[in-house]
Design a protein around this ligand. Sequence first.
Ligand SMILES: [Fe+2]
Length: 369
Amino acid sequence: MIVSWVTMDEPGSSEVVYWKEDESSVKKYAHGKHKSYKFHDYTSGYIHHCTIRKLEHDTKYYYEVGIGHTVRRFVFTTPPPVGPDVPYTFGMIGDLGQTFDSNITLTHYEKNPRKPQALLFAGDLSYADNYPNHDQHRWDTWGRFVERSVAYQPWIWCAGNHELDFVPEIGETQPFKPYLHRFHVPFKASGSKYTPQYQWLKTELTKVNRTETPWLIVMLHSPWYNSYDYHYMEGETMRVMFESWLVDAKVDLVIAGHVHGYERSERVSNVAYNIVNKQCSPVKNQSAPVYLTIGDGGNVEGLANKMTEPQPEYSAFREASFGHAILDIKNRTHAHYSWHRNQDGYPMEADTMWFYNRYWHPVDESRSN
Ligand SMILES: [Fe+2]
């Protein structure tokens, strides 16, 4: 578990004190590091990252960061041991930002009766870059905004375009500088050493043991199947490069953000084209993933409300509303999926689907057949 926090005035300590719920007298200590960065006229606080290792599965831990009168205590529960029929519930949010709508999305996520245990975040976090000179205080305020969830359960993110913070006109030429300083991911666990993405992905897909972890989920930012007028076909170069790998690996679902609306695709692929055979349209494919666009977190740029018409056949459901989604994994064959809109009550499900696992139960689950 990676614990990250910021101390504004002094470095203090990068240590995390933690203990099991039922063993409060046995305190353990993990040692992290801190760093800071400058961006234009801004200097960050001391950004601490500390990895806690050798945690037990399915266990509630208390943990504390800070020194003296600044100590703050939180709690998290570790995931269950891996196994073919272990239930687990993921939330999914993309393009959250920090607006009134973002706040409603996060509240609905926290109040969701399916009780998500970890969050998959599909990129575009703070939207600091929408403020003058990419106002870095917006990264700090975003951290404070999401603390109420991320301090208590794991969130994992992929980078979106709003993490780039490349601004040569004010002398900022190191891409992803704020993001890389602030938001760590467990890339070392996969053996990555800043490995080129295509090399990493090709190897990583072959490593998944579907008996241990039956569900294969891929997360990226710019959607490959998107029928909104916004960002139309921006993911095309990535799709052309990687789509056949995902189909071969029988990926269950792909989560993307970027487009500020919601969309769910049929199981389709578009991998037959060889330049001369004219087979360049998406076709139904039961080995292909379902593509979910959940860029509807509620950021400052507002909703994407223009769509390509008529709705393409590959698009199963689309709606320009803010919300979040839940993947409720039941066992190796079945997972219940739901999309929750901010304008509805907390338990309401505006779009649902039973996912059948592509490796263990590759049966057509589409309702449109
Ligand atoms: Fe984006």
